[in-house]
Design a protein around this ligand. Structure first.
Ligand code: PLP
Length: 437
């Protein structure tokens, strides 16, 4: 047994730090459950009171290679002892990382621009798209999330992300995303013929001034609640964009580095985006991000027109190179598929046995559990979801809550998870969900 929770949470030391947090930290950040993390090892997190938990959050889908993987840690320690900053000067690791990323991409994505956060990557993609096309409008999707910086936030398809931060960037256009469990057109995926894709032309003809530069989309919507579009949708969307001379930007900030069971989510449908945004798992905890693009597109910017002080810093590059090595050596995308399949089957079965679990969906180690008050009305229940998060934590399992209605639990452990660890975690989840009245 991995899990060991001594008493009612939060423990005494956690309480102390939580009080300090209340006093000194800005309240704009989220607190999922009332504990204070001290250390991590693989899929296990230990809090400051010595309680141990299985981590199904990966710290918002970041720690793909597991907490404090020895090879990752060693690379970081060695890099820190050697060189921490270089800014305008290339280093062997920076150049090597760019090369390795390009080699992993579809052939046309042959340039890497290294950055530090996912928002920077999506923001950069939009800037490059504007410059390359000479047009200013951007199309994004209901429920979409692309970061918190101004341009990225403006493309959010969820009011919560942009509420009272207006006016937004000019030229934002939004279209319905295929959230088939709650289809905005009240259609069924088996018979709709991808009506939402057909509807895109209507959206553009109404909202655009005829100056559409690009569209940006996630391969599955993360913040909206792990919503996967139906098979074939993304490839058809790519074709739609190409036929209209609109750049196709794929935001894989949380979907890549093995998370869905492939190194990159674009591999599932052999997508060919003009730009690809990477983040989170690439550094597995060390702030790292990248924009991958076609050279003809990147060439629209001259030297010095875009930069980031810590983008491509030696520490991040060493960490990302270690991540790539670990991914390959330990075949983590394959493990994500294998353990993901086990978890998916168990959770799907569970959803048939309880009334509160309306939908189980996902791929690899991205599984969303959508909670409802009633399976007929499908009324979302944020209250039940909060209850599940808290009870899971008390039982030694850390899960995060997301979703347009705040009613989705993320099952997203580090990709190093074994089937035995997954079994222990699934037992907890099952017991907690069955205990909800
Ligand atoms: C799809 C997607 N894009 C962009 C971002 C922004 O990344 P960051 O928080 O590193 O700026 C996120 C973060 O959650 C994300 O999920």
């Amino acid at each position: 047994m991995i899990v060991h929770v001594k008493d009612q949470l939060p423990g005494p030391k956690s309480r102390e730090y939580l009080a300090l947090s209340d006093q000194y930290e800005a309240r704009c950040i989220n607190q999922q459950a009332p504990i204070v993390w001290e250390r991590g090892d693989g899929v296990v997190v230990t809090d400051v009171d010595g309680n141990t938990y299985i981590d199904f959050t990966s710290g918002v889908l970041v720690t793909n290679v597991g907490h404090s993987h020895p090879k990752h840690v060693k690379a970081i320690q060695e890099a820190a002892a050697k060189l921490l900053n270089c800014y305008d000067f290339p280093t062997p690791d920076r150049v090597t990382l760019a090369k390795r990323l390009v080699e992993l991409m579809p052939e046309h994505l042959n340039k890497a621009f290294l950055l530090t956060t996912g928002s920077e990557a999506t923001e950069a993609a939009m800037r490059v798209a504007k410059r390359y096309t000479g047009r200013h409008e951007m199309l994004s999707f209901y429920g979409g999330f692309h970061g918190r910086t101004f341009g990225a936030m403006s493309m959010a398809g969820k009011m919560g992300t942009k509420k009272r931060f207006g006016p937004l960037m000019p030229g934002c256009i939004y279209a319905p995303f295929p959230y088939c469990f709650r289809c905005p057109f009240k259609k069924k995926p088996e018979t709709c013929g991808l009506f939402c894709l057909e509807f895109l032309d209507t959206v553009v003809s109404v909202e655009s001034t005829g100056d559409l530069a690009a569209l940006i989309i996630e391969p599955y919507q993360g913040g909206a609640g792990f919503i996967f579009p139906p098979e074939g949708y993304l490839k058809k969307l790519e074709t739609w964009a190409k036929e209209r001379d609109v750049l196709f930007i794929l935001d894989e900030v949380q979907a890549s580095f093995g998370r869905t069971g492939k190194m990159f989510a674009l591999e599932w449908e052999d997508l060919r985006p003009n730009m690809l945004c990477l983040g989170k798992g690439i550094g597995s905890g060390v702030p790292t991000a990248a924009l991958m693009a076609e050279s003809r597109i990147m060439a629209s910017l001259s030297p010095g027109e875009m930069s980031s002080t810590t983008g491509g810093n030696p520490l991040s590059c060493a960490a990302a190179l270690a991540v790539l090595d670990i991914m390959e050596e330990e075949r983590l995308p394959d493990n994500a598929l294998k353990v993901g399949d086990y978890l998916f089957r168990r959770l799907k079965k569970l959803s048939e046995e309880v009334t509160v679990l309306g939908d189980v969906r996902g791929r690899g180690l991205v599984i969303g559990l959508e909670f409802v008050t009633d399976k007929k009305t499908l009324e979302p229940s944020a209250e039940i979801t909060v209850e599940v998060v808290n009870r899971c934590c008390q039982s030694g399992l850390l899960v995060g809550r997301v979703g347009i209605y705040g009613n989705v639990i993320r099952v997203a452990p580090p990709l190093v998870i074994t089937e035995t660890e997954a079994e222990e975690a699934a037992d907890i989840l099952e017991k907690v969900i069955k205990g909800i009245k």
